[in-house]
Design a protein around this ligand. Structure first.
Ligand code: ADP
Ligand code: ZN
Length: 722
């Protein structure tokens, strides 16, 4: 009997359990095993292991699915790393990384290798069908030059299956399982900056080298990715292309199709059906799919022969998973590139400050595209309007309303942009701009109107609301962060004839919603779009020439130190929407804080200005990327129980934690209630990753002793939200 460690999807210690089997099973093999009276799926993690348990107590593996290929070693190493880094049970990490179709204790059909058709020697010697039979002639030509799959041949001539069969019967056709993928040339010649960027990445082929491709919206980053991808695919290697869900649009896929029509590809996103997803996963694992495009989860796709990774819009928050296994796909992608010894390109118009910092320190190589690729495309004109002393109509200034009305009359399309993340209200001085930071830590304090208190959700410091500004004595302190209501009604009243469309999470839940919206926009059916950050990203609306931003200020004083970074990225992107085509667009930003550096940077359309000011501030306050954080959260029916729980663990662990790790809190979270539970959190912070990691391990060891079940806890390494 051989003993095996089997990874199971259960939240018990590391999720690895011992089972026996008459023969040694290969690591990575999927199995069915009995667990607590049920049959569950597992993955062999190690074989030939030892156990102190009596052999007759060890249960047997029920079925081993040995017909398909086992999950490869590089994939298991990735999962091991992920589990370790994010302090998550290995067994559960395995199952978080598998597509639904592979999580069942059932066999799966392995995808058939693709079949490529071409004319053989005899075939090539034949007279081709006459040119007047255009489609037959085209099919013959295609078979003459390359090996193509039937699907590709059908696109040339829908009679292809029948014709190829006839020609095969004549003995003219050769079939094979591998062919050099056929690539279409780009419709553009790359400009000098694009060339340089592409060359730099190509020169790094076969070695680990991270690049940060910083290029303003419309500067032609996508064309650079494609150019490098074409080289890598032509060499027969695989490419992993990660992008935010919202950018995985029909537009993007069409561009990929146009360029890489005949490259066997797998498109993985949350709306892919489970069965198809599993097949795509396996095709990638077997090296059949050469190009894998997908959202954060596809970072776990096994790829035996990876030659390049691209992460588009690398700053985007959706690369971080915010429940269960809380991983950051961009960071894991860099790890994978290192593991595979291949270049990785992180691209953005507004890079994350983490990546920018790495580029500044030389860990990443910076590539820059400073200009828009299409000569005609102009940068937008940005106006920052001080609304501090203005009377607003449901959030609109008179200037904004006038511009919107004018643009509608002249046939333009406008976007009214609402910044409506769950911001915590903050207090600030309208005269000198003073904000209220916590005296005990570096977080901003949150205004609790009803309790008349300022509270720190980082360390739980509380104080009553001051009646005057400690800096300038002004007694008129203002609250920021309130939302805007009735935007649509205001617009409809102003322009009853205009077509106003709202875009938010609710109106775009279905796959076809975006397609529908695009159709309406392309058909000139929409005059004003109203929406949140969903609209800021990646979409190309040619007719859009006016953007009005209603309430940017909430982010600037947010308790979440990353809020200004997100606001800046959104403002840059949303203003990048305007005037992508011939006409320069204009952007009006309403604010009570026109002097804030964020606005100067947006006005100049200059990320560097922003990054430098913001990084200097982060450094001063000892915040990421200059320090590392882990949040440990607990939830219970009552927040007091969650607080007690965390306080108890803090007391046990505190004497054992090294002195370069600070522990803040516990504090109730700002959004204390979620799904009937109340939440509190502790922050562990350190300038040294290893020390932090050891401290978190210690916490997790103690947390795992807890068995009551009334309190749930989780660990969030490198948390993105406060
Ligand atoms: P980004 O990804 O940086 O936003 P894109 O690659 O989407 O930029 O390019 C923006 C627009 O410019 C697209 O319409 C693209 O077709 C066009 N474009 C890109 N590179 C060139 C080029 N070298 N010459 C002409 N047009 C280009
Ligand atoms: Zn504090």
């Amino acid at each position: 009997m051989i003993l095996h460690h089997i990874a199971l999807n259960v939240p018990v210690s590391d999720g690895l359990f011992t089972y026996r089997h008459p023969t040694a099973l290969p690591a990575g093999c999927r199995v069915a095993v009995p667990f607590r009276g049920k049959t569950v799926a597992g993955v062999v993690w190690a074989s030939g292991v030892e156990s102190s348990m009596a052999i007759e107590k060890i249960l047997p593996v029920q079925t081993a699915f040995t017909d398909g290929a086992p999950l490869p070693e590089s994939w298991r190493a990735l999962i091991d790393f992920t589990a370790r880094y994010y302090h998550y049970p290995t067994g559960q990490a395995v199952f978080a990384a598998l597509p639904a179709g592979l999580k069942e204790p059932k066999p799966v059909g392995m995808p058939q290798p693709p079949l490529f058709y071409a004319l053989n020697e005899t075939g090539r010697a034949q007279t081709p069908p006459p040119e007047r039979f255009r489609k037959q002639h085209a099919l013959w030509q295609a078979l003459f030059s390359d090996g193509l799959e039937m699907a590709a041949l059908k696109r040339i001539n829908n009679q292809a299956p029948k014709l190829v069969q006839e020609w095969a019967a004549q003995g003219w056709i050769h079939t094979s399982h591998a062919a050099a993928p056929k690539l279409n040339p780009s419709e553009h010649t790359l400009n000098a900056a694009q060339q340089a960027a592409s060359q730099a990445v190509q020169a790094a082929a076969g070695t680990f080298q991270p690049f940060l491709l910083y290029g303003i919206t419309g500067s032609g980053k996508t064309e650079v990715y494609f150019d490098v991808m074409a080289e890598v695919l032509a060499a027969g290697k695989q490419v992993l292309f990660l992008l935010p869900e919202i950018n995985l649009t029909p537009q993007l896929l069409k561009r990929v199709q146009a360029r890489f029509a005949d490259v066997p590809a797998a498109v993985l996103h949350s709306q892919t059906a489970a069965g198809a997803r599993a097949q795509d996963y396996l095709r990638a694992m077997l090296g059949q799919a050469k190009l894998v495009i997908g959202t954060r989860l596809s970072v776990f796709t096994p790829l035996p022969d990876i030659g390049l990774i691209v992460v588009d819009e690398e700053h985007d928050g959706s690369f971080k998973q915010d429940n269960e296994l809380r991983y950051q796909a961009r960071d894991l992608a860099v790890w994978r590139a290192k593991q595979s010894g291949c270049p990785i390109v992180l691209g953005s118009a507004t890079p994350s400050l983490e990546s920018w910092h790495k580029a500044q320190s030389g860990a990443y190589r910076l590539l820059e595209l400073a200009e828009r690729a299409r000569a005609a495309a102009k940068l937008p004109q940005v106006e920052v309007l001080n609304v501090g002393r203005l009377k607003l109509d449901n959030g609109f200034s008179p200037q904004a309303l006038k511009l919107l009305q004018q643009n509608y009359r002249q046939g333009g399309m406008s976007l009214v942009y609402l910044n409506r993340r769950g911001f915590a209200p903050a207090l600030f001085c309208g005269d000198c701009g003073h904000t209220f930071g916590c005296p005990r830590c570096s977080a901003k304090m949150v205004l609790h109107q009803r309790a008349r208190q300022l509270r720190c959700h980082h360390c739980d410091y509380r104080q009553s609301v001051p009646y005057k500004c400690p800096d300038c004595g002004n007694q008129d302190l203002t609250a920021v962060g309130q939302g805007t209501q009735r935007v649509e009604e205001t617009l409809r009243a102003l322009m009853p004839q205009a077509a106003v469309a709202r875009v938010d999470r609710d109106s775009t839940t279905h796959k076809n919603d975006w397609a529908d919206l695009y159709r309406r926009i392309a058909g000139n059916e929409i005059d004003v779009l109203v929406g949140t950050q969903m609209l800021a990203k990646g979409h190309d609306f040619a007719r859009l020439n006016l953007v009005v931003v209603l309430n940017a200020d909430g982010s600037l004083y947010s308790a979440d130190f990353r809020a200004p970074e997100r606001l800046f990225a959104e403002l840059m992107q949303v203003s990048g929407r305007a005037g992508r085509a011939q006409t320069a667009g204009s952007v009006l930003i309403q604010t009570q804080l026109p002097e804030h550096p964020v606005f100067a940077a947006v006005k100049a359309q200059n990320y560097r200005i922003f990054a430098e000011t913001e990084l200097a501030e982060r450094k001063l306050l000892n915040m990421p990327p200059f320090a590392f954080q882990t949040a440990i959260r607990a939830d219970a029916a009552k927040v007091a129980d969650a607080m007690d729980f965390l306080n108890g663990i803090k007391a046990v662990t505190e004497p054992l934690i090294s002195e370069n790790v600070s522990v803040f809190g516990p504090a109730p979270m700002f959004m204390v209630r979620l799904a009937e539970r109340e939440r509190a959190q502790v922050f562990l912070e350190s300038p040294d990753r290893r020390s932090l990691h050891r401290a978190v391990s210690l916490w997790v060891q103690v947390l795992q002793q807890y068995r009551d079940g009334k309190i749930r806890w989780s660990v969030d390494v490198d948390p993105a939200e406060m």
